[in-house]
Design a protein around this ligand. Structure first.
Ligand code: TZP
Ligand code: MG
Length: 215
């Protein structure tokens, strides 16, 4: 798939699953989690593993990238540009403390999707100026999945995000109970850890989230 096709997928499928870190995934292996996510019909998967060695992540991410490519699933690597390039990821997602999108672009080339985590209006503007393809925006709600998460986004930032020129992927504390409220506010893309890989039956979890968006 081309970069444009991946971005289209990101804009048309509201569900963006983040996996990695077994303790957030009921102890599943990352390969099992990826396989189950693909079976559940997820089309955007981010690999976010904060504990393993580079070699371990490389081996795992290479296998998951292949699974994703075989199923036309967009595979995004969190944090690490070198891992993303090495395993053939479709995209790279960087935070405010990681390499800026300008540098990621220089290293990874024109064909990779770049996402940047943002919490404020200034961070969204900077991501756009730096050449990001989409922004992660949050936390929308309090979350236990990220120890150093920022405060929940302001109403002003939400308003800005709803009119922003880049695709906005909301994140942070999104659940079956509150995803509908974000949809009603106008948000169309939702990245989740606990509401998907934190559930025993991920197929049911994804289906319920999709149903909640239709309701
Ligand atoms: N970035 C901002 S909040 C967050 C990340 C990675 C955690 C999201 O996890 P959950 O379980 O969906 O709240
Ligand atoms: Mg990061």
């Amino acid at each position: 798939m081309t970069k444009e096709e991946h971005i289209r997928q990101l804009m048309s499928d509201p569900i963006y699953a983040i996996m990695g870190n077994a303790e957030l995934s009921l102890g599943r292996s990352n390969i099992d989690a990826a396989r189950q996510l693909i079976e559940a019909g997820v089309t955007i998967i981010q690999y976010r593993e904060k504990h393993k060695t580079w070699r371990e992540k490389y081996a795992e991410a290479t296998a998951i990238a292949k699974l994703c490519h075989d199923h036309k699933v967009t595979f995004i690597m969190n944090d690490s540009v070198d891992l993303a390039i090495a395993c053939g990821a479709d995209g790279i997602h960087v935070g405010q403390d990681d390499a800026p999108a300008t540098v990621v672009r220089r290293l990874a080339g024109p064909d990779v999707v770049i996402g940047v985590s943002t919490n404020t209006i200034d961070e969204m503007k900077q991501a756009l100026a730096d050449g990001a393809d989409y922004v992660g925006f949050g936390p929308m709600f309090p979350t236990a999945s990220k120890k150093d998460a920022h405060e929940v986004v302001s109403d002003e930032a939400k308003h800005f995000a709803l009119h922003f020129s880049l695709p906005v992927v909301t994140i942070g504390g999104i659940s079956l109970e509150n995803i509908g409220s974000l949809y009603k506010e106008g948000f169309r893309s939702f990245a989740m850890i606990s509401a998907i890989v934190g559930k025993e039956d991920m197929t049911a979890a994804v289906q319920e989230l999709r149903n909640a968006l239709k309701a």
